[in-house]
Design a protein. Structure first.
Lengths: 259, 303
């Protein structure tokens, strides 16, 4: 965009339109092909997974040993850290081998679990969108029945999710996080004041655009956004299995004897 | 013949000769005595359950399945501490904690309410029962206490859960440790035998008003109780979930494991409907403090 639009109110509309096109890879959504529930909402049920390297680093990155290169999922690539927070991010990166909470096998939080390299399954009813993750059998219950977030701040690893439909987009507001989780293996982090607005927009039967707006006044100077695509698993025999992360380390798991 | 083979052969010979003796002993034994401690007023005794109305028909889901959706919890007063005799095994625990003595003895077959262990396994179970008070090694500490998933059928008598019925799938989401089970009803086969899972691989179908679930691919890492009742990875379960009244499901699971038990045995849990509540996070592993236990406890296990 070379020129500023005359009216400031145009900006968000234009931006949304532009990112929508970018996320769809230049294709307009094929809403005819989107499966629907009996009440006419898009039916997101199925087994989904990203195909990107955001789990390692949500920003642009060249390949490192054991890390595939990737164009980042952060729109505009830059994350507006406050100066002291940027210093901590750099420290996290240096210490990531031991400091990354993923190495402790903790619940990885949101949005991180959405783009880890494990499948997750969505079950959808009129009042709840349930997400079950293969990774550490994590769950998300996204209530779409109009009930608000519980009062007060609650420290949860996976936050509290409340959803609503805007046309064909499931919009999810997530708060009540703790400060223990990261965004990726590159040390990007947040505080307990993290607030997410996720937007799940089906493109067609087998693709969902997943966009998330991130706010955290303790860590960032303003909101920033990520965008990526969720792909439906079409393998007929595929099902969720288990990745019980914390059972693999002998420090915690001497095998239980059965004879 | 190596020592290990000798032990195995000897064990199987003993098992074979003991089988008939065990059967005779069981036939001679009656059901366990009634509870010493008072059960809760709304207790459903698995040996004396309420009479079922044979004419009652459950409501149906949109696609015609018997409707068992909702939130449920056991009314059988079972505690995962012990399924054979929680009053006796928990005596010390109750004395220290001041908690109520729970009385549920859910094993309905064999009639004496005991797990029909093969002789070697009875010996090992007795060893683990003894160890549970002060485990000498981490592997003798209850796997759930170490932060791992319950496995099936233990999760069936742990606490509240929600049943969700979707097209071709029954989904169970448990309060404890955000565990879940996805039960396909589309007739697909189990996953390959080399895939072992903490919560097993479940396949369901309806027989009349009963949801029958075949559970296979279970690993050998879970215990049935805190005190160490165990199984091998040959464990195979057949669960029968039958709604018998608007707010009542009868759950009977047949437990088979040719490596550990002398016969298939059955465990009954009665579920009562609860008000549906939001399921809030129940993080378990994240509170793990095992790493803080002294080095000598871990012995060779800790790096």
């Amino acid at each position: 965009m070379h020129r500023l639009p005359r009216s400031a109110t145009v900006i968000p509309v234009v931006l949304l339109f532009a990112t929508g096109i970018a996320a769809a890879g230049g294709q307009a959504p094929n809403t005819q092909a989107v499966p629907r529930t009996p009440d006419g909402k898009p039916d997101l049920s199925g087994i989904w997974q990203v195909m990107n390297s955001a789990a390692w680093d949500i920003q642009d990155h060249a390949a490192r040993k054991g890390v595939p290169a990737g164009t980042g999922v952060v729109i505009g690539n830059e994350i507006p850290y406050k100066p002291e927070a940027l210093a901590r991010k750099r420290q996290n990166y240096e210490n990531r081998a031991a400091a990354d909470p993923e190495t402790k096998c903790y619940l990885p939080g949101i949005p991180r679990i959405m783009y880890m390299p494990y499948p997750f399954q969505i079950f959808q009813t009129t009042d709840t969108v349930t997400m079950l993750f293969e990774y550490v059998h994590a769950t998300r219950f996204i209530y779409t029945n109009g009930m608000p977030h519980p009062s007060g701040h609650i420290d949860w690893w996976m936050g509290d999710s409340r959803g609503r439909w805007e046309g064909d987009t499931l919009v999810v507001d997530v708060v009540d996080f703790n400060e223990e989780t990261w965004f990726d293996r590159a040390g990007n982090f947040h505080s307990e004041q993290l607030h997410l607005v996720e937007r799940f927009t089906p493109l067609d039967r087998d693709h969902i655009t997943y966009e998330v707006t991130v706010e955290d006044p303790k860590v960032f100077t303003g909101p920033w956004r990520m965008s990526m695509i969720l792909y439906r698993h079409r393998e007929p025999s595929l099902q969720l299995l288990e990745y019980e992360c914390f059972t693999f380390d002998n420090e915690f798991h001497a095998p239980t004897p059965s004879r | 013949m190596t020592r290990r083979t000798l032990v195995r052969v000897t064990a199987s010979v003993i098992a074979a000769t003991m089988m008939s003796a065990t059967a005779a002993r069981l036939a001679a034994q009656g059901p366990p005595p009634p509870p010493k401690n008072p059960p809760p007023p709304d207790w459903i005794d698995p040996r004396n359950p309420p009479k079922e109305d044979p004419n009652w028909q459950p409501p149906r889901t949109r696609d015609g399945q018997p409707n068992i959706e909702g939130q449920w919890n056991q009314a059988s007063d079972i505690i995962t501490y012990s399924i054979e005799d929680p009053e006796a095994y928990r005596a010390e625990h109750i004395a220290i904690s001041g908690q109520r003595a729970m009385v549920g003895r859910p094993i309905i077959d064999p009639i004496d309410g005991k797990i029909p262990y093969q002789p070697w396994a009875a010996k090992f179970a007795a060893f683990l029962h003894e160890e549970h008070r002060k485990p000498s090694k981490p592997q003798y500490l209850d796997p759930v206490s170490r932060g791992f998933q319950e496995g099936v059928p233990r999760i069936s008598y742990q606490g509240a859960f929600q049943l969700h019925q979707l097209r071709d799938t029954v989904l169970i989401t448990y309060d404890y440790h955000h565990s879940y089970r996805v039960i396909p009803l589309d007739g697909r086969p189990h996953v390959g035998k080399d895939i072992k899972l903490w919560m097993g691989d479940s396949r369901g179908h309806w027989e009349g008003n009963t949801l029958v679930v075949d559970v296979a691919n279970l690993n050998d890492q879970t215990w049935l109780t805190i005190i160490g009742d165990f199984h091998s990875d040959a464990l195979h379960l057949t669960e029968r979930w039958t709604p018998t009244a608007p707010d009542h499901i009868v759950y009977i699971v047949t437990v088979e494991d040719r490596n550990v038990y002398t016969q298939p045995w059955k465990l009954r849990v009665d579920y009562r409907r609860q008000k549906v509540e939001e399921q809030w996070e129940n993080a378990v592993w994240e509170g793990n403090m095992l790493g803080g236990l002294p080095q000598e406890f871990w012995g060779g296990a800790k790096k």
